[in-house]
Design a protein around this ligand. Structure first.
Ligand SMILES: C[S@@+](CC[C@H](N)C(=O)[O-])C[C@H]1O[C@@H](n2cnc3c(N)ncnc32)[C@H](O)[C@@H]1O
Length: 293
């Protein structure tokens, strides 16, 4: 049986194609073959790329980063909190080929992301925290590494970074304690030069845990684009729809010290219930959020 099924219909119906519109194909998110095990790939074959259900959210976020960045070849500092097995970081290498990429995660997850990224990028300079290290010594020189893997219990080392161009968190703030989320935002917000992208459900899946929505916590640190009110009113979302875990709005978070956001059209595809959505920014800074079909 050929595990790589025809992907044309999947790329269209999943939103993958729409999410990549206008972006060169070599920057699209994909499933990369494991070096030495190239025959083991599952998913859909589309334009010679392999994709599956976990590729699509990465396609949304990687392509939106591409739309928002006009100096992709420059050296940037990128901080991802909760990087999973490292697949988004690998996608981002095509978008930002020359960046110092820091992943902060639980040590048991760093085992997977570090081994995944080391296998795929054997030529890059990688720092993996070891007990007894002082990770601040590494992080203070962002020209000295391409990837750094920092366990959550040494997150305070982020304060050694001279600056942070981009921050990113996808589908993981709500699974951390609120104190952890605040610790990360306390560390990142003062150093941020461009924006922090959050793509999250609003509340922990365990709804017995009472805490502010992810958007509200982000709002304590940043100005959000679009605002929660813009999403709600322009997509006509009820309170229940906005709170639903399947609705994962993209927020671009900035402080007064950040460079203004680039004028561009962002593409989002929440799920078949909400469909294709575009977001544009008016000169006033307000968002135009539209379903496009
Ligand atoms: C659901 S996964 C999401 C992974 C990836 N961001 C994605 O969108 O596919 C949640 C991630 O958050 C990480 N995580 C959980 N608690 C954390 C904490 N306190 N600090 C940093 N990362 C944490 C998990 O280890 C995992 O990498």
């Amino acid at each position: 049986m050929d595990p790589l099924r025809d992907g044309n219909a999947y790329a269209r119906d999943s939103g993958y194609e729409f999410l990549g519109e206008g972006i060169p194909l070599d920057r699209w998110a994909r499933e990369y073959p494991v070096p030495g095990m190239e025959k083991i790939q599952y998913g859909y074959n589309y334009k010679d790329l392999v994709l599956n259900v976990i590729t699509v959210p990465r396609q949304q976020n990687a392509c939106n980063f591409h739309r928002l960045i006009d100096d992709r070849e420059a050296r940037h500092v990128f901080v991802e909190i909760g990087g999973g097995y490292g697949s988004f970081a690998l996608d981002m290498r095509q978008i930002l080929p020359n960046c110092a990429y820091v992943i902060v995660d639980l040590p048991e997850t760093l085992i997977f992301s570090a081994s995944y990224l080391l296998s795929h990028c054997p030529d890059l300079r990688v720092y993996v925290y070891a007990p007894g290290d002082n990770p601040a010594e590494i992080l203070k020189d962002t020209d000295s590494f391409d990837f750094a893997f920092i366990p959550n219990y040494r997150a305070s080392a982020l304060s050694a970074l001279p600056h942070i161009d981009f921050g990113y968190n996808s589908i993981s703030f709500p699974e951390m304690s609120l104190d952890s989320v605040k610790q990360y935002l306390d560390l990142i917000s003062p150093k941020l030069r461009r924006f922090f992208m959050s793509v999250n459900l609003r509340y922990p899946l365990d709804r017995t845990i009472k805490r502010p929505g992810t958007d509200e916590t982000l709002g304590d640190y940043f100005k959000l684009f679009p605002t929660p009110a813009e999403y709600r009113s322009q997509l006509s979302l009820t309170e229940d729809q906005y709170n639903n875990p399947s609705f994962r709005p993209v927020f671009l978070c900035t402080t007064d010290k950040c460079r203004p956001l680039k004028q561009t059209e962002l593409h989002m595809f929440y799920n078949p219930n909400y469909g294709k959505v575009t977001v544009n920014r008016k000169a006033s800074g307000a968002a135009i959020v539209r379903r496009t079909g």
